[in-house]
Design a protein around this ligand. Structure first.
Ligand code: SF4
Length: 504
């Protein structure tokens, strides 16, 4: 029996893993969500990678670990430092991220970036003066505002919120999401803005509560664009100001907002010194503020300035076509991976089996053939002999209110330009919970969205009956779904945004 913490989100729920006969089993120490419950399956999955592979134009060749690392060392010596980029993705232990960062910084590489593409990375942008809280704040809160689909993405947090609500009937539970998610039935009030107007609604609440200075904005025009009942804006702002000890909890989901950075910043403004609210951004992982963004790295690869890419951790980001299309300019790619992944469209890729973050010689033995981050770095350093120094990360980026309002102004222009497009077409948003939807309506071997509209569609979309008329949901846990969401680059931060899909 080994006591571990689930590595799949910042809650790190405790559990015990036991090997029973030939398979792993969980002994519960408390509740786990669906992701946590998959740990035994992941540890033993037949899809685990046990040998390095060289993938070239669809052909796979098995390789020896030491030989691949020798090749990597040769590349590190041959290519200029500025021609090499090091990516850090999800499912890396905090200490391992720091090891990788310090190792390659000590070697003189500056292009070290986060290759993580989920939007919780945007919580590393802070609104000036935001009061951040931890989950314990929920247990004493008199007012809880949930933004986004907490029940789908973080059910264990949702459980804690419901516990608070039911132990004290006076606690007010409010929600905002672009569709009535599963939390709606438990709330005192649930606001459903039209897709794209959720940022306008947060802005209007901030304005009504006089938390921000909105001089220069045409409030009536924004109200009209949002289409939201002004009574609801007033109600939300009233409760926000009346709270003596409240929390704003937000979950950002991929493909759900056209401007997730701003969505988070506006939610943070609700928790500035003018209110008694604390901000909780629900994260899967802690993200290091790094000097260069994924978007900038892709631009450099496109221009031929970066020629070698080495990535550690999960490789989910490389399933987005806009990402792997750009990687085609890279001459050498080394990706550590837990699983055998279908990367057949790329050429000159080495896939190296990496141990899961919960696999450790002293806990759960690493999967056969896989290596821990420490082992990989030690092997590389046996050739390079780097004198490894400790490097500090950058400070988090803080946005002043005026910069947030400038972003809002830009978003307003975007929304005005695209309003018709968004309203008159079907918009597909991402969701992380796979067990939530009703099946599509199928006829003559085609999938249709709604019987009354009979929209013919070739996507694996599942819908829920009470979704707004122009909204559909695509399940994100299915890797193949990821390719449908368009990707754009945030102009200012150069972060990659996974946008909702507008089906025109
Ligand atoms: S909430 Fe789920 S994913 Fe997060 S640590 Fe707990 S079990 Fe793991």
């Amino acid at each position: 029996m080994v006591k571990i913490n689930c590595p799949f989100c910042f809650l790190n729920c405790p559990l015990t893993i036991k090997k029973e006969k030939f398979k792993f089993a969980i002994h519960y120490e408390g509740p786990l969500c669906a992701r946590g419950n998959t740990i035994p399956i992941l540890l033993d999955s037949p899809k685990r990678l046990s040998l390095p592979l060289f993938i070239n134009n669809g052909k796979k060749e098995e390789k020896n670990f030491k030989d691949v690392l020798k090749e990597l060392v040769k590349d590190l010596k041959t290519y200029k430092k500025e021609e090499v980029a090091i990516g850090l993705d999800a499912y890396l232990k905090e200490e391992d991220k720091k090891k990788i960062y310090s190792f390659f910084k000590s070697f003189g590489i500056e292009n070290i970036f986060s290759s993580y593409l989920e939007p919780d990375i945007f919580f590393s942008f802070k609104a000036n003066g935001v009061k951040e809280g931890d989950l314990e704040k929920i247990d004493k809160a008199d007012f809880i505002l949930m933004i986004g689909d907490l029940f789908g993405s973080f059910p264990i947090v949702a459980r804690r919120i419901l516990k608070r609500k039911y132990e004290d009937k006076n606690v007010l539970l409010y929600g905002i999401d672009v569709f009535r998610n599963r939390a709606a039935g438990f709330t005192n009030q649930f606001l459903v803005p039209k897709i794209g107007t959720e940022l306008l609604v947060l802005f209007l609440i901030l304005e009504k509560a006089q938390i921000i200075k909105t001089k220069g904005f045409k409030i009536e025009e924004i109200e009209k664009l949002s289409g939201i009942n002004p009574f609801l804006i007033e109600l939300y702002s009233e409760k926000i100001l009346a709270s003596k000890n409240g929390v704003v909890i937000i979950s950002l989901e991929s493909g759900k907002s056209f401007e997730p950075i701003l969505y988070s910043l506006l939610a943070q403004l609700l928790c500035n010194k003018k209110t008694n609210l604390y901000f909780i951004g629900l994260k899967n992982f802690n993200h290091l503020p790094l000097a260069i963004s994924f978007g900038e790295i892709l631009e450099k690869i496109e221009k031929g300035e970066i020629r070698v890419l080495i990535n550690f951790g999960s490789i989910l980001s490389f399933f987005y076509p806009q990402v792997y299309e750009k990687l085609k300019n890279c001459e050498k790619i080394y990706l550590t991976s837990f699983y055998q992944m279908p990367l057949d469209t790329l050429s000159s890729i080495y896939l190296l089996p990496q141990s899961l973050p919960i696999e450790d010689k002293n806990l759960i033995p690493p999967y056969s053939g896989s290596r821990t981050i420490s082992e990989i770095l030690e092997e590389i350093n046996s050739h390079l002999k780097i004198d490894i120094q400790d490097f500090d990360y950058l400070k988090e980026k803080v946005y002043k209110e005026k910069d947030i309002l400038e972003r809002f102004n830009n978003y307003l222009s975007f929304y005005k330009e695209n309003k018709e497009r968004i309203e008159n077409n079907l918009v597909v948003v991402g969701k992380r919970e796979p067990f939530y939807f009703l099946e599509l309506f199928e006829k003559d071997n085609y999938l249709y969205l709604k019987r009354e509209r009979e929209t013919k569609i070739s996507l694996p979309i599942k819908i829920k009956e009470e979704l707004p008329e122009n909204l559909a949901i695509l399940e994100l846990e299915d890797l193949t779904s990821r390719r449908y969401f368009p990707i754009s680059l945030d102009e200012k931060e150069k972060f990659i945004i996974i946008n909702p899909l507008i089906l025109e």
